[in-house]
Design a protein around this ligand. Structure first.
Ligand SMILES: Nc1ncnc2c1ncn2[C@@H]1O[C@H](COP(=O)(O)OP(=O)(O)OP(=O)(O)O)[C@@H](O)[C@H]1O
Ligand SMILES: [Mg+2]
Length: 216
């Protein structure tokens, strides 16, 4: 069973063809890495899959069903949690608590369930002390961790994280690696952090010249 399938995705940004026929699939429980140089198109690939950038050609499937319109992309975004490369593009609430509550409230869950999910997400990364803080007052690394915790409150089946270790200290880096290895969700990590790639030990795809290759 596949959570996601991408076929022959082609995306142009300006004059440049950034993605030139990218194909991959993410099976239930599968975990892999997408690596590639700065500007290779990793973020473009993910943002196209999430429906933020229009594709010139190709197809995206969620659990075997083609994703065609905004409604389909909405379903995709509740099934696949996406952690942005830049937390400032993701976080928009005044406080950490409000930010964490946003997705579950949007899912029309009960107040108790929302509370339960906020507690669990804070606990997962030991950031209970950040709950009442304003987003604005957080450090770079704190914003990163909060942006990951936020995606968890949606309880998505799959996760896509774009450069999730940027700005993290040793302790948080280790905790994140542990979390990614332990979770039974399907996971795609986009990164060129060699230490992260080594620590995870997952299969690695490389994006180069608009194409995705599986590294041996
Ligand atoms: N908003 C934009 N408009 C036009 N071109 C863009 C835009 N954002 C990115 N690009 C171009 O698309 C190409 C791919 O960028 P992208 O951000 O996808 O690369 P990346 O692999 O994620 O790089 P990094 O490792 O630095 O995060 C680059 O050539 C970049 O200049
Ligand atoms: Mg990027």
């Amino acid at each position: 069973m596949e959570v996601l399938r991408v076929e022959e995705l082609t995306v142009r940004r300006g004059k440049r063809k950034v993605l030139d026929g990218v194909t991959f699939s993410l099976r239930v429980g599968e975990k892999f890495i997408i690596a590639g140089d700065n500007g290779a198109g990793k973020t473009t690939l993910i943002e196209t899959v999430m429906g933020f950038i229009p594709a010139e050609g190709g197809r995206i499937y969620l659990k075997g069903r083609e994703v065609r319109n905004e409604e389909d992309f909405y379903a995709l975004r509740t099934t696949v949690g996406y952690v942005f490369q830049n937390p400032d593009d993701q976080l928009f609430s005044l406080t950490v608590e409000e930010e964490l509550a946003f997705a579950p409230l949007n899912l029309k869950l009960s107040r108790e369930e929302v509370e339960r999910r906020i507690d669990r997400a804070l606990k997962a990364f030991s950031i209970e002390h950040l709950r009442e803080k304003t987003i604005h007052s957080l450090s770079g690394g704190e914003k990163r961790i909060v942006s990951i915790a936020c995606v968890l409150t949606m309880e998505p089946e799959a996760l896509i994280l774009d450069e999730p270790t940027t700005g993290l200290d040793r302790k948080r880096f280790k905790r994140l690696v542990e979390f990614l290895k332990e979770t039974d969700k399907s996971v795609i990590v986009v990164t060129h952090d060699v230490e992260l790639i080594k620590s995870l030990g997952w299969k690695v795809y490389r994006l180069e010249n608009g194409k995705l290759f599986l590294l041996p």
